[in-house]
Ligand binder design. Sequence first.
Ligand code: 5RP
Length: 243
Amino acid sequence: MRSKTPVLQPRTEQDKAKIAAGRKAIATYLRNDMRIGLGSGTTSHWFVRALGEEVRQGLRIAGVPTSNATREVALEAGVPLLDLNDVTELEITLDGPDEVDRSGRMIKGGGACLLWEKMVARASRRMVCIADDSKIVERLGRFPLPIEVIRFGWRNTAHQLQKLFSEFGYGAVPIVLRGGEETPILTDSAHYILDCHLVAIGDPDRLAPRFNQIPGVVEHGLFVGIAAEMVVGHADGSAEVVT
Ligand code: 5RP
């Protein structure tokens, strides 16, 4: 039996804001007998730990984790788990962004979990972004855009991406293999991540579908038209729902 005593101990002001967003999301959206998607990253992990507290208080809920790391946190927190293979639809997914704009468009994949995150979000009737207030931006792109690619021919895939960026007028975009060529990091599906330093993404809606036309691209970290609303947390412990 695993330990079921995770304690919510924020270390930074940002942690407090992340916890506030997660708690507000639980109170706003979660009800008994829901099947939900559990996001990845630190915001989601605080949320999953808070959810574990609710489960111990009697909330009946089960979640599909969007990474092996989240699965571990959920097991420790005592949150019942489901396999995506065993569900056709989830009620809701709650997940954090690396950046989110005021239209709810996000960059995700800073933790290399973007493929599972997008699959689970797309399998959900509703996706809600949970974010501390530092994640809100006027324009996406300062955070490097992660693109998950298969390992075969990854340099050629990077070249195809560069051509796409030129077509969109970005000039020479630094595209960096995450972890470096000596020790590239592998995603939970054993792919590589290419981080694309675009700085400012002018037209995310038009750019996003083009990535999927490049054969070596498995998935990209632009989440457009996915989040229905967001819950924004602040360091003073307050949080609000933004639609
Ligand atoms: C992982 C992700 C994370 O959700 C994103 O990086 C946010 O992380 P954090 O909550 O730690 O800031 O996309 O692939």
